[in-house]
Ligand binder design. Structure first.
Ligand code: SF4
Length: 514
């Protein structure tokens, strides 16, 4: 048995009362004095407060670096987040190695999505016709405002005042919960992670695991304020069960249910929802009214294409062969009503970034991204975070999200893991060029890039500058390098200069004149 500091404390403070079989136990007159043991134990340190996300101030550019620095400073959160997501990445790798035809699947998936996206009108029309003949009401929404109004109209027509819903990034994109609150409709999230985020008044920080940035202590605190759990009890089973008990009655009495969709099949007029908690099935099946909000890019031509994409989705997301629930919805159940709202919200205007619409929201690019893993999804201050978010977010608002494409090392790991072969890091780089052209990059950064460009195009000047920088880094006091003028060094450490540069090594060892 190991000797912990707690055991030493209690033994030293009450040596005469120590019980042999349990060194922590303190017995007097045959009774165990739990309170005395408690006083002998050092108090547990207070849990680390949860770092909050980026400050959002209207249309002003989101300062992702500032929020990331706060996340990194919360060392327990940063370590847990990094490890948890890297674990998902490793599980994904193991799952991938179990499928010899993995690369073939990726190419197929990419081809299916590209073909569909270049024939959107044809397949969406086919879906609409087939869905209508299945008894589904089909609506079209140009943007977020139109989507919210359509859903509100359906709910109003049915006299519905409460709605249970499963996780949907599209509804986050549309600011749906806030809109529903403004028109007096109660929305209850049924996905556990999403419910945690709703109760904490925060957006999801990850497309698959929305509360992945939270420690158990954070969840215990949120639940203690909102559903009255014991704030000191951080047991995951206790917390999950408490949430289940609190939410089930709301689910049973809700007037309507809402889901998103992972895939929409044109040839059958059906849609498919993949979850691991079965919560989408509750949202869809408990109330008689089912509304599905779906981005137009979710369409695929045929059921056989679904097999390719489903095999890739869960393996890429969580490293599991498939999601616990893969539910196909074909039409309303007896006595019920089903509505599908197909939403554009800027998807048709993506121009050179259109292939980002191939995304199946598996989150693999986030799990592998060194910047995302260490800065947390909420540091992006946007609906979509991580590598794919750097492409999608500026399409909504280039000014507000102008800093995001720079929150990447462009190492390409995101592109390598993407199951539908989106050239993510190249698109991030392309966004940087677009933002410079649109004058959405700060003047100081622009000037620095221009100077760097000039330097890099002249080898002699570049080598002289490197030598000077190495000498400066080795000898100058820290405050000279890290001061207010060095914006780059505000959130980063400059690496130690090597003893020898490649050029000097090459000259010394190969004797070739440079
Ligand atoms: S971009 Fe690719 S890796 Fe990232 S979430 Fe979408 S499908 Fe997954």
């Amino acid at each position: 048995m190991t000797t912990t500091p707690e055991r030493i404390d209690s033994a030293m403070l009450h040596p005469e009362l120590r019980v042999e079989c349990d060194p922590d136990a303190i017995i007097r007159d045959g009774h165990r004095l739990d309170h005395a043991e408690g006083t002998s134990k050092p108090l547990l340190p207070a849990p680390e407060p949860q770092p909050r996300g980026a400050k959002v101030r209207g249309n002003r550019p989101i300062d992702q670096q500032e929020a990331a620095a706060r996340f990194i400073a919360a060392t327990e959160h940063e370590k847990m987040h990094d490890e948890r997501l890297w674990d998902l990445r490793q599980k994904r790798d193991r799952a991938m190695h179990g499928i010899p035809e993995w690369e073939e699947l990726r190419s197929l998936a990419s081809a299916i999505k590209e073909h569909t996206l270049t024939h959107l009108d044809e397949y969406l029309g086919q879906f609409e016709a087939n869905a209508r003949s299945n008894g589904i009401h089909v609506h079209w929404a140009r943007d977020a405002a139109e989507h919210n109004k359509i859903v509100h109209g359906i709910l109003r027509d049915h006299g519905a005042t409460s709605l249970i819903k499963s996780k949907s990034m599209l509804t986050e994109e549309c600011g749906f919960r806030h809109y529903m609150a403004s028109v007096g409709i109660e929305v209850i999230e049924t996905d556990l992670g999403e419910r945690i985020q709703q109760l904490d008044n925060e957006d999801p920080s990850h497309v698959v695991v929305p509360a992945v940035h939270k420690l158990r202590t954070d969840v215990a605190e949120v639940f203690s304020h909102t559903i009255g759990t014991d704030p000191g009890n951080t047991d995951v089973h206790y917390l999950a069960e408490a949430q289940r008990e609190a939410t089930r009655p709301l689910i049973l009495k809700a007037d309507a249910g809402m889901t998103g969709a992972n895939f929409v099949v044109a040839e059958t007029g059906t849609f498919v929802v993949c979850t691991n908690e079965g919560n989408a099935d509750l949202s869809a099946n408990v109330p008689k009214l089912h509304i599905a909000s779906i981005g137009i890019e979710k369409i695929i031509p045929r059921l056989e294409h679904l097999a390719v994409l489903v095999r890739l989705l869960s393996r890429s997301a969580l490293g599991s062969p498939m999601t616990q629930y893969t539910s196909h919805f074909r039409g309303p159940r007896a006595g019920g009503e089903m509505h599908v709202v197909l939403v554009d919200n800027g998807r048709l205007g993506l121009d050179e970034f259109w292939t980002s619409l191939k995304c199946i929201r598996c989150g693999a690019c986030m799990n592998t991204c060194p910047v995302y893993r260490r800065s947390g999804g909420l540091s992006y201050g946007a609906t979509y975070s991580g590598p794919i978010g750097l492409i999608i977010d500026p399409t909504f608002n280039a000014r507000k999200y102008s800093n995001l494409p720079f929150a990447s090392s462009l190492n390409g790991s995101c592109t390598n893991v993407c199951p539908v072969k989106i050239n993510i890091h190249e698109q991030i780089y392309a966004w940087r060029r677009v933002l410079v052209k649109q004058h959405e990059v700060p003047l100081a950064k622009k000037a620095a890039m221009k100077a760097a460009g000039a330097l890099l195009s002249q080898p002699a000047a570049y080598r002289a500058a490197i030598a000077a920088a190495d000498t400066a880094l080795a000898h100058l006091p820290r405050f000279v390098i890290y001061n207010g003028l060095n914006a780059w060094g505000k959130h980063r450490e400059v690496p130690h200069p090597p003893e020898q540069t490649f050029h000097s090594w090459y000259r010394a060892n190969r004797g070739v004149k440079q």
